[in-house]
Design a protein around this ligand. Structure first.
Ligand code: B12
Length: 364
């Protein structure tokens, strides 16, 4: 999903896939120079008079600078993994959030020019050439990319809408009671997949479309965490199984509710589980696993910027603890399947698929 309610223009992804992947030395230079590049690009954007209430509303400058930093990390993630086909969808996600906050089309061509100029001023050729080429391609295709930044918001069911309204009104207990009533009529799986996951997905798109503030999105997520635990605690637990899992977020990854849901689901099914939350250093994760000795480690990765760290973590597990089975999940693991699948035993798109993979691997 890119702009609200839209899927990425396939020809754009196919064209981007043919872009030459920057060489290892270019990627290394980009990684080393990224803090300096981000600072310089940010400074230039700030002083460029076109940004002083020009191509972007003044009050959105901080948002744009934060987005620009996320864009820089995403670029590095794409170049490090060689997943060039993700370039358009990631750019569109970034551009949609800014377009909905008043950025004009010209903002993006200037921003890309600033990036390209700063790369050439900071890094020597041939590496600068290689790093700038994908940005030049984005610049040449801005009209097509722009056409994908808006679209109708996917509709919520009446029940999902009511749940979202409770979240936005900060009615925590009522939101949980509402989910528990849905649970009475169905299963834990459908209460979560039918309510919490799609409503948070919708909240993310509303944030992107500037229909929800960051604060509203954060508050809704926190209430959902409470709801998820109320739902699990109210459901009868299966008998204990002799399996132990560790569920971790990739280093740098701040999105943790998906991983937390996966962990709670395994526990609900009778597994012994250690959940390691967001953004934990790889070495800590590996050392914890040496002590806990899990049969299985599940790695959650949501944003493409964190894919290289997820891949490195999986490689280190294979090297240091080869008996541990690995499952990757989360949006970026699925989008980056092409590079992730050789590093893990399974990739899963949701918690039920993850659970099926976990059982299969544990019983192997
Ligand atoms: C809440 C939220 C945040 C919170 C997270 C708080 C927390 N404690 O988790 C905070 C504020 C930290 C955050 C930050 C950012 N976010 Co955010 N966020 C969201 C939001 C609204 C909800 C995430 C969520 O919890 N979803 C509910 C869970 C249950 O769903 P899920 O994570 O997808 O997990 C499901 C599956 O993926 C799977 N799964 C997940 N992990 C695993 C693991 C295994 C092993 C398995 C089997 C399955 C599995 O199972 C789950 C159930 O189906 C999403 C919108 C969305 N569509 O999800 C955006 C979203 C993910 N965020 C986004 C962005 C851009 C960001 C930022 C870059 C924003 C910024 N400019 O700073 C930062 C990046 C931070 C970082 N370095 O990681 C974008 C990503 C777009 C993209 N192309 O990358 C999204 C999609 C919003 C949007 N529409 O633009 N975010």
């Amino acid at each position: 999903m890119v702009g609200p309610g839209k899927t990425i223009d396939e020809p754009l992804s196919a064209e981007a896939a043919k872009l030459p992947k920057p060489s290892e030395s270019s990627v290394r230079l980009l990684r080393d120079e990224l803090p300096r590049l981000l600072k310089t690009v940010g400074d230039k954007l700030t002083i460029d008079e076109r940004y002083e209430c020009g191509a972007i509303p003044c009050e959105q400058l901080d948002f744009a600078l934060q987005g620009n930093r996320a864009f820089g990390h995403t670029l590095l993630g794409i170049f490090e993994t060689g997943l060039m086909e993700l370039l358009p969808q990631e750019f569109i996600a970034f551009a949609t959030a800014l377009r909905s906050r008043g950025a004009e089309a010209g903002f993006f061509s200037t921003m890309l020019r600033v990036w390209i100029g700063t790369i050439h001023a900071t890094i020597t050729d041939p590496e600068a050439e290689e790093l700038a080429r994908p940005l030049e391609w984005l610049g040449q295709n801005l009209d097509r990319l722009d056409a994908a930044t808006s679209g109708p918001m996917p509709a919520l069911t009446a029940e999902q809408r009511q749940f979202l309204d409770l979240l936005l009104a900060h009615r925590r207990r009522e939101a949980a009671e509402f989910a528990l009533r849905a649970l009475d009529a169905s299963t834990v799986e459908s209460a979560l997949n039918g309510l919490v996951v799609p409503v948070l997905e919708h909240a993310g798109l509303c944030w992107q479309a500037n229909e929800l503030t960051v604060a509203q999105e954060h508050a809704a997520t926190e209430i959902c965490r409470y709801v998820v635990f109320r739902v699990f605690d109210s459901a009868p637990r299966s008998k204990s199984l002799p399996y132990r899992a560790m569920v971790v977020c990739a280093p740098g990854e701040e999105h943790e509710l998906g991983a937390e849901m996966m962990a709670a689901y395994l526990e609900h099914k009778g597994w012994e589980v250690l959940f390691v939350g967001h953004s934990t250093p790889a070495d800590d994760i590996l050392r914890t696993a040496e002590t806990v000795k899990p049969d299985l480690v599940m790695i959650s990765v949501t944003i493409v910027a964190n894919l290289p760290a997820a891949v490195l973590l999986a490689r280190e597990f294979r090297r240091r603890q080869p008996d541990v089975r690995l499952v990757a999940g989360g949006r970026a693991a699925v989008a980056g399947r092409r590079v992730v699948e050789s590093e893990v035993d399974a990739i899963a798109a949701d918690i039920e698929e993850g659970y099926r993979a976990a059982v299969r691997l544990a019983e192997d």
